[in-house]
Write a new protein. Structure first.
Lengths: 275, 263, 289
């Protein structure tokens, strides 16, 4: 192996592997100890229920919610906006990014503009989305799609531009041209970059999704948390159980992405050792 | 890197800027005769922006927002790198706590805003805590990941040279993990800005986020647009400052990469 | 442009045993091909001086020269991947505009030229698919060429799961899949170990017979060039021009031990070595003036 293909930039590509290795018993022990400490602090009066609910009451609330319909409706609403926003924003980014990547002039013109839009805090446009769509699913996914588009488009452009010239020469020699060249040669070359962008975007999408719920009042897990907070200390166990649910959503989505990435990019250097 | 290239070459710089000019002009022209209250003419917005944010008193909103941001982000950066390095050196602790760390990393942190509000009230401390607590994770995990990924040969050669302990961390591990730590710091920056605005909107009587939301609720859409533009500019300036700092700190990294590219 | 170049007439003596070019139009014909990057500007860099030679049908021509002589540039011009700045490159009489259908190319770096996301079979299938070969014929052809490079069983694997030598065999199989008239090879064995290299050299000689393909083979290894070639084009140091075209007087079939032990082999080596060394020395002297 002499010159390896350019590796995708590992922008914040914290894989679960770094964290989740062996030692399940030790982890369980630590988890149980933490839960015990939490309960102990509540029992001793150091944590009062108007500040922080006890472990048992939180888990009881979580169980109650898990067996009810409200939580699942909220999870569905949050996931729907997340998926729709990621799909639309991501789809646009891949198509537009690829087209811009075709010409040096086009991408040099577009990158500063995209970099600029990328740095705009997405919540800045939340008021506009609220104005146009109200506290609806549409408002949520428009916000998510907007937030996903810019960083991903940049990754797609860099991915398409950074294709190995030998790959293109090979395509020319094999007479691979046009759409086939794009699908068989260019897109797979850019895939590691796109995957990195998608992984980061998926996390950003979830954040924007709950922000749209917390601030914009769109229904979902974020709104449930805000409602519980407003109901006062008796509802705090519910608030914390929804926070746990939000974290679990993050775990599931991030894990799903890692899995999908390993499947799709099994041929890439970064994944080969794990095959 | 890209910015520097553009600045180096006037022709490139022009290629980089014409689209901005066209878009701004398009906004100006298409909004010029607008009677829609939602989308006022750009000219009106810019006049108002000058009145409010340069001549007027709205810039005080900015000062408090930026103070929250600066303190929260600084705490997150220092704590993220420090705790990350500590966890890296303590393998057992790292393995035992990893589920918690990972959980907090993937947790969409804005959901913590209401909870932190119940504990810290709605003052200065609450906002700094929210920003710091949310922004610490990307830096922490990237520090950990970057340090885990340091080439063992680099560590071995450092040991051969007689380095150990803090000297080793300072002169070998931190620089080698530098690019990824910086990537984490950049993510933390983004999170900080988001949380700065979110915390103000949810619980505040001041700050730029509060300004934008009240303007929208009071149907002062021109004011709202000025706030959005100012917020966009803040984001851009902070990111630009970050890129400059990054180049200053990581100049060796980009130097090496550029030579690789030329080969 | 180097003043010291002696341009050789394009005609050939035909003395080479077993590799005498057939009569008729040459497969490749280069006439004063010159390639400069950033041509006309102040930063102009001449990669290739004026190069003129022909390659006849069925011939095996090696191109040697010191590093920086523009060997790869020359090959890219012959493949139609790069257009000469001046002069003309023709393939079967027609000026080269793009890569002709009847040309196969093997690049030096197999880890970059083979697509890692495609299995070995799919890599080989790609040029066939482009040409609209149907599924059954494709499968037969893939089996044929993989068998020819002694890799019958690796079709389902990915290139990166194979050794370096095997990967380059896959690249050769892919280049031969469409039965090209001309096979261009750019230092194809520079990245493999010595033992594998000898095996691949013998493989390429066998394939040349099997597929009756014309081969242009770029290398910096003088021994390799003598062992393989009917004729050797010796390029001067940067910018490369043709120093001499050497007819290799070694009988075929060739053999790693007897051919390389032949006294004519040693004489060729000494002659070409002195050409390459003295030309680079002369070029250095010319630059000092």
């Amino acid at each position: 192996m002499r010159v390896p293909a350019p590796a995708a930039p590992r922008l914040a590509s914290v894989t679960s592997e770094t964290l989740i290795r062996n030692g399940l018993a030790a982890r369980l022990a630590v988890l149980l100890a933490a839960l015990g400490l939490w309960q102990g602090l509540s029992a001793s009066g150091l944590l009062t229920p108007d500040l922080f609910p006890s472990m048992t009451s939180t888990l009881a609330a979580l169980w109650h919610e898990l067996t009810g319909a409200v939580l699942w409706a909220a999870v569905r609403d949050t996931l729907a906006a997340w998926a729709a926003g990621l799909l639309i924003g991501g789809g646009c980014a891949i198509v537009i990014g690829s087209l811009l990547g075709l010409s040096a002039f086009a991408y040099r013109s577009a990158i500063p503009v995209i970099e600029f839009f990328k740095t705009i805090p997405v919540i800045a446009i939340l008021p506009i989305a609220l104005l146009l769509f109200g506290a609806t699913l549409k408002m949520k996914f428009v916000l998510v799609a907007f937030g996903v588009f810019w960083p991903l488009a940049i990754q797609v452009i860099y991915g398409v531009r950074s294709i190995d010239p030998v790959s293109l020469d090979t395509a020319a020699v094999l007479q691979v041209r046009g759409l086939r060249r794009f699908l068989v040669v260019v897109l797979p070359s850019a895939a590691p970059f796109i995957a990195t962008g998608l992984r980061v975007s998926a996390a950003v999408a979830l954040i924007l999704d709950v922000v749209a719920e917390l601030i914009g009042g769109g229904s979902g897990v974020g709104l449930q948390i805000l409602t519980a907070e407003n109901s006062g200390p008796t509802a705090y166990p519910i608030m914390y159980s929804y926070i746990l649910v939000a974290g679990l959503l993050g775990v599931v989505l991030a894990g799903g992405f890692a899995l999908a990435e390993r499947r799709v990019l099994h041929w890439h250097e970064s994944q080969r050792s794990q095959a | 890197m890209i910015m520097r290239q553009w600045l180096a070459r006037p022709a490139r710089a022009l290629t980089g800027l014409w689209l901005f000019a066209v878009l701004a002009a398009a906004w100006w022209v298409t909004s010029a005769g607008s009677t829609s209250p939602f989308f006022p003419p750009l000219e009106t917005i810019l006049r108002r922006l000058y009145q409010l944010w340069f001549a007027g008193s709205a810039k005080q909103q900015l000062a408090s927002s930026l103070a929250h941001f600066a303190l929260g982000y600084a705490i997150a950066a220092v704590a993220g790198i420090g705790i990350g390095a500590l966890l890296w050196s303590l393998r057992r602790v790292r393995e035992a706590t990893s589920p918690f760390v990972y959980f907090l990393y993937v947790l969409p942190t804005p959901v913590l805003v209401p909870a932190i509000m119940t504990i810290f009230g709605i003052g200065f401390a609450m906002k700094v805590v929210i920003i710091a607590f949310a922004a610490v994770w990307p830096t922490l995990l990237n520090t950990l990941d970057g340090m885990n990924g340091v080439d063992p040969v680099k560590l071995d050669s450092a040991r051969v040279l007689g380095l150990s302990g803090p000297a080793m961390v300072r002169s070998v591990v931190l620089p080698a993990a530098g690019p990824q730590i910086v990537a984490g710091l950049r993510n933390s920056l983004q999170v900080s800005i988001i949380l700065m605005v979110v915390s103000e909107i949810v619980a505040s009587t001041g700050g730029i986020g509060y300004f934008i939301l009240t303007a929208q609720q009071n149907f002062s859409f021109v004011d709202m647009w000025t706030g959005i533009i100012v917020l966009a500019l803040i984001g851009t300036v902070l990111n630009l400052a970050f890129v400059l700092a990054e180049h200053w700190v990581l100049h060796w990294h980009y130097g090496a990469r550029a030579t690789e590219g030329k080969r | 442009m180097s003043r010291v170049s002696r341009s050789q007439p394009p005609g050939r003596s035909g003395a080479a045993a077993g590799g005498t070019p057939a009569a008729g139009a040459p497969v490749v014909s280069l006439h004063s091909v010159r390639k400069a990057y950033r041509a006309g500007g102040s930063a102009e860099r001449v990669a290739l001086g004026e190069v003129t030679f022909d390659v006849g049908r069925g011939e095996f021509v090696c191109v040697v020269g010191p590093s920086g002589a523009g060997k790869t540039t020359l090959l890219r011009c012959m493949a139609g991947l790069a257009a000469p700045t001046s002069g003309e490159a023709r393939f079967e009489g027609a000026p080269l505009r793009r890569v002709p259908d009847q040309v196969g190319v093997v690049f030096q770096d197999y880890s970059r030229s083979l697509y890692p996301w495609l299995t070995v079979s799919r890599n080989v299938a790609l040029p066939l698919k482009v040409r609209g070969v149907d599924r059954a014929a494709r499968a037969a052809r893939i089996e044929e060429v993989l068998r020819s490079v002694s890799l019958a069983d690796v079709g389902r694997q990915y290139p990166w799961q194979l050794s370096g030598g095997m990967q380059q065999r896959v690249a050769i199989a892919r280049a031969l899949a469409c039965h090209p008239e001309l096979l261009l090879m750019d230092e194809p064995f520079a990245s493999v170990d010595a033992q594998t290299r000898f095996e691949l050299e013998d493989l390429i000689l066998a394939l040349r017979e099997e597929f009756s393909v014309t081969v242009v083979f770029v290398t910096h290894d003088i021994d390799e060039a003598i062992y393989l070639a009917d004729r050797i084009v010796v390029l001067s140091a940067s910018p490369g021009t043709v120093t001499e075209i050497v007819d290799v007087a070694l009988p075929r079939p060739r053999d790693q031990i007897t051919s390389k032990g032949d006294e004519r082999f040693a004489r060729h080596r000494e002659h070409i070595m002195s050409l390459v060394m003295s030309r680079s020395a002369a070029a250095r002297a010319a630059r000092r003036d």
